[in-house]
Ligand binder design. Structure first.
Ligand SMILES: C[S@@+](CC[C@H](N)C(=O)[O-])C[C@H]1O[C@@H](n2cnc3c(N)ncnc32)[C@H](O)[C@@H]1O
Length: 272
């Protein structure tokens, strides 16, 4: 879930599925909730502000935004997750609208929102320049955008990197990805759109009852695992890669009684 280059390899295997179209992305969405809450708190939303949440998954950030009195619109490529987000918002009686779409071609007028958010979503766009440009285009003058990106370090990043490299070897596909964690690269990208950036660092704690339980849950539910595993099995490397992944999780485990690891992330704040 962390290393963007490796994650991109998973994505590129079956683009049509995107993340969330298969499996149960919901469990990961629960893990990521603290980051959505952090991003929304940094946005300092005012009641009535129009907020766009991009690549919403199950709608974490949009729902936090609606609870704070803002008026969110959420967009994601996976229709199934849009349904989940809609149901979540409806169950709380929140005022929010959701639609299926691509972050690289937003179906909104220029200047339509005061705030744009994305929690580990825009980072998966093939064309980072276009995605950031779209995020900025829809902002009203003086508007702000906040997007979280992974800082590629820590056990989960290492685990995902291991699977990602194995899939790249199995498929021969190694796409290049924009380094969203690289502050200078992000600054340069934002400058192209006449925008300024600042950065806020955070850490996400991920827990489970054991390293094995964490890995098994991901194998059973995570869209990336469900998409990638058959390819590695076909290549005959799954068992070996799985062992390496488990070793990484055990080595990085901070809780000898269970499982706890820390994944650093960064929130990029864009102002225009
Ligand atoms: C790691 S999930 C994050 C979801 C959510 N923001 C959260 O915090 O749980 C990435 C999301 O990006 C979506 N996605 C990937 N590429 C996309 C694209 N080009 N346009 C719209 N959504 C996309 C996936 O469907 C998935 O829901």
């Amino acid at each position: 879930m962390i290393d963007q280059a490796s994650f991109a390899v998973w994505f590129s295997v079956r683009r049509d599925d995107r993340l969330g179209g298969v499996g149960q992305y919901e469990q990961t969405a629960v893990e990521l909730k603290p980051v959505a809450e952090h991003v929304v708190s940094l946005a300092q939303l005012q009641p009535g502000e129009r907020v766009l949440d991009l690549a919403i998954g199950t709608g974490n950030a949009a729902i936090f935004a609606a609870r704070s009195g803002a008026v969110p619109t959420g967009l994601d490529a996976a229709a199934r997750l849009i349904d989940v987000a809609r149901a979540r918002a409806a169950s709380e009686g929140l005022d929010a609208s959701f639609l299926v779409g691509d972050v690289q071609a937003l179906p909104f007028d220029d200047h339509a929102f005061e705030v744009a958010l994305s929690v580990f979503g825009v980072i998966f766009a093939n064309d980072a320049n276009r995605a950031l440009g779209e995020m900025i285009r829809v902002l009203a003058p003086g508007g702000r955008a906040l997007l979280s990106v992974w800082v590629p370090t820590g056990p989960i990043d290492a685990m995902v990197g291991t699977f990602g490299r194995a899939i790249a070897t199995a498929t021969g596909v190694t796409p290049t990805r924009f380094a969203w964690h690289d502050t200078e690269a992000v600054r340069e990208l934002a400058t192209r759109h006449n925008a300024h950036v600042s950065f806020h660092d955070g850490e996400l704690r991920v827990t489970a009852s054991s390293p094995e339980a964490y890995l098994v849950a991901n194998e059973q539910l995570h869209p990336m695992s469900l998409t990638g595993r058959p390819l590695l099995e076909q290549a005959g490397s799954y068992s070996q890669v799985r062992e390496q992944a488990l070793h990484i999780l055990r080595q990085g485990n901070e809780d000898p009684q269970a499982f706890r690891v820390t994944s650093p992330y960064r929130v990029i704040e864009v102002s225009i």
